[in-house]
Design a protein around this ligand. Structure first.
Ligand code: HEC
Ligand code: HEC
Length: 211
């Protein structure tokens, strides 16, 4: 009898303190942990992962968790970034500051919940050279540059064109897509066919403006 009352009392207390909160199961634990880690990223990548061109930090919202985790692991291992990569090197310390690979998966899981921001109307005029060059990218990145998770090819549409162009230069120079980075090496081969800086800028501007 007494035990029953106690039980009833504690159930009521529990109901009172969970009232108004979403059921605990609505936020998976890795996402909740990842959100806490993300506080160390938002100063550069933005509160909603929208990116911040002033810090050269690309948009993360809209990237699949597997791609984000892969990039963080590459930065942790020094296969991306490093002293030759003036802007990318900033990410090596940030990625290594995550305590372990579970933390990498957690922050990637949180980032994957951030909705991709709505596309701005294209600021640049139609870019026929970029459209022609982009034909060789469609098989992996998709006709709208929406990405293809099965191939590990990230979305490019809506990302900062200057960031995309810089990555293409890094692949071409062998700074990104190093030995041991299998997917990056595929992309290095794809970037090698872009003849010059004008081609890189044109294809990056085209991909960034796609919807
Ligand atoms: C000091 C600013 C800064 C902080 C803090 C920072 N980043 Fe970055 N991040 C950058 C810059 C700059 C780049 C682009 C590097 C390049 O050009 O290769 C980048 C690139 C990335 C990329 C690669 C994106 C892509 O499309 O390939 C990922 C993923 C990323 N950051 C995740 C994170 C996460 C997660 C955190 C927090 C744990 C974080 N960053 C903290 C500045 C920062
Ligand atoms: C064979 C498939 C394939 C083709 C073709 C290809 N890509 Fe990629 N691309 C990838 C993969 C896989 C990645 C992720 C590589 C990594 O982890 O570094 C990638 C990454 C990128 C990135 C880095 C994005 C980021 O967020 O940092 C850019 C930019 C890019 N590709 C542009 C292009 C352009 C432009 C073309 C055409 C000229 C092209 N790609 C053709 C597979 C491909």
């Amino acid at each position: 009898m007494r035990a029953g009352l106690l039980l009833l009392g504690s159930a009521a207390a529990l109901a009172a303190c969970t009232a108004g909160k979403p059921p605990a199961s609505s936020v998976p634990p890795e996402v909740a942990r990842g959100q806490a880690y993300y506080t160390t990223c938002q100063g550069c990548h933005g509160n909603a992962g929208e990116g911040f061109a002033g810090m050269n930090a690309p948009r993360l919202a809209g990237l699949p968790a597997a791609y984000v985790a892969e990039q963080l692991i590459l930065y942790r291992k020094g296969l991306r970034g490093g002293p030759e990569d003036f802007l990318g090197v900033q990410m090596n310390g940030r990625a290594k500051a995550l305590p372990d690979e579970q933390a990498v998966r957690d922050v990637a899981a949180y980032i994957a919940t951030l909705p991709a921001p709505p596309q701005q109307p294209a600021a640049s005029p139609a870019n026929p050279a970029g459209a022609d060059l982009f034909v060789s990218c469609v098989a992996c990145h998709g006709d709208k540059a929406q990405g293809n998770a099965a191939l590990g090819a990230p979305p490019l549409a809506g990302t900062d064109a200057a960031y995309l162009a810089r990555q293409l230069r890094n692949y071409k120079a062998g700074i990104r897509g190093r030995e041991g980075d299998t997917l990056g090496q595929q992309m290095r081969a794809a970037a090698a066919v872009l003849p010059d800086d004008a081609a890189i800028d044109a294809v990056a501007a085209h991909a960034a403006a796609l919807k």
